[in-house]
Design a protein. Sequence first.
Length: 497
Amino acid sequence: GARLGSQLLPAALGLGPASGRAASGARGQEWLQPAGYDTGVKVYNSLTRRKDPLIVSSADAASWYSCGPTVYDHAHLGHACSYVRFDIIRRILTRVFGCSVVMVMGVTDVDDKIIKRANELNVSPASLANLYEEDFKQDMAALKVLPPTVYMRVTENIPQIVAFIAGIIASGHAYSTARGNVYFDLQSRGAKYGKLVGVVPDPMGEPGDSDKRHAGDFALWKAAKPQEPFWASPWGNGRPGWHIECSTLSSLVFGSRLDIHSGGIDLAFPHHENEIAQCEAFHRCPQWGNYFLHSGHLHVEGGEEKMSKSLRNYVTIKDFLRSASPDVFRLFCLRSSYRSAVDYSDGAILEARRLLHAVAAFVEDARAYMRGQLAGGPVREDVLWDRLGRTKGAVQAALADDFNTPRAVDAVVELIHHGNRELKAAAEEPRGPRSPAVLGALVSFVEQFFETVGISLAERQRAAGAGSPAALHSVVEELVRFRQTVRRFALAAGEAA
């Protein structure tokens, strides 16, 4: 539970020792750098706890498995933060580094939490899961998170999961019991267990009647209990364990090589560690997943608590979007590293909203200058061209350094600051020849950058720039034209009468 998580988080992030037995060998030395297409990105790999060159199978099809939702309730901003952060990375990989991504997302639609909630509401687990899966997809669309290439549901792949478990038993890494349970034999994994977290915590206390061989063994198949959904298997009726689901769903699409695996840092142990153990046992391969990317928690301001259902300190995505735009939340996410914990507060959201407003206002003012609606003289073109060239290089370098979006955003904001300064100076000059080309290049770059990370400035231009003199001038002109049109129409109608 929470105690285990608090021990492991610092270890998984490389922040010091945690209790348990150490995995053998120095961290990272056993990692096999894959062959394939070098994206040009150095990514922090949880397997090695360092930045490794991101090399994927091919530029046309980088394989990415994302742990999806357990669909028993509304998603909250803690979930949103993780999915938006990985959506930003996916967009950057595709649009900046020319790497097409094939993403599979697993949907856990049978689970203890789903069964418990369905019983409370007196509905079937299947209907509850369907309802909240659709709800999740609507939330993701509202946040402008690109859908995965394919969603995979656990309940639609039970025979494949059963076959996967049988394969692990055949490889000597799992055993069935007289009660109809199947467990992964952790001792058979030996020193390889702990690849991801580097430490294996001491097992929590087991019930006295457990039919496991060793306390640390984990369930691949759970024997059926009364009033629970079940499926047939060679070991009797039951349902899959949690970890085996993702291993099977990923392997069904990608086989024995997976380029990228993503999820929240709380999934590193035991979930992702157990996935690695299962897949390497089934495929009999030394390295199944090449890069594990973990997002930091969303913390509630003023405390070390992460936003979560169990702590009842959450804001649902729907509630948030009633008062704020998805672009504001996305900019909030862009302003911290995807790996770091981030504090959620009204102040942080307000800051993101103000920054987005300032960006949109600059774009509107620059356009007004280009159209001749802002009076003034020329800007210092050489200064802005130089600044634009340096900003492009800085943004590319930041994104190639473990998708460092805060550094990239800072570089773009600095460029906007210089653009605004030049516009202000030009406005103080008597009307003269203008230099619209460089402002056009700045606007194109700024819009393209935000479009790349999933924020469309065009959609919000009118509203965001409404306070600027140029925008006001434009609105007044439009109003005058409209009135003239109405007057002409009225005169024509009067003559025709």
